[in-house]
Design a protein around this ligand. Sequence first.
Ligand SMILES: [Zn+2]
Length: 225
Amino acid sequence: MRTITMPRGILAVVSHPDDETFGCGGTLALHASGGASVDVLCLSCDPLERRSEIVGAAEELGVHEPMVFEDTSIEYAPGLIRRVSDTIVDLRPKVVVTHAPFDYHREHRAAYEVVKEAVEWAAHTTTYAEPCVVERLLLMEVNTLIPIPHVLVDVSSVMDRKRRAIRRHVSQLAKFRWGYYEEFNEKKAQLRGAQGGCAYAEAFLEEQLPRSGPFYPVKSVSSLL
Ligand SMILES: [Zn+2]
């Protein structure tokens, strides 16, 4: 009988190079510094030069070198969903982080749809011999703020790492001469820190995941306690 490997670590699935840093860079750095396995999957990279920026940012955050799909756009389509669910089953993350469904960037909303379905397929015994049941799906804020966060992560101890990672996304920072990304991310972390009783924090929504039924390794539970 084969042993099913238990889920571990965190996987952030993001649309573009920079989303991993702006949305959840502090949280990734925090868990990596604590010894967790932290991976990033970037669903598109256009232009390809941005790949070196996300690799540089990952070095600053202390996470594994990102996996980068070289697609030029993101569509909610079966091929991409399967590539993401295959990655989840390979890496076996305990927590997946991605975009929120109300984000004002169309490709961020598409990534949410893709990742939510991929997390679902990855858990199915009908799809994989060794399915991966992700325990938590967290949705981050990049430029669109979450009205009522479910989870605030204290990233005060790694805020300098996040600042250094932000500065590695040179091509994006150059789009706004008044320092928009640096200032917005600083103030966003302060705002969430004020809510969370700490200096700097990152905010997330948490998505409910179906976990009992014919498709899952656990068919039913005998207690809610
Ligand atoms: Zn993006």
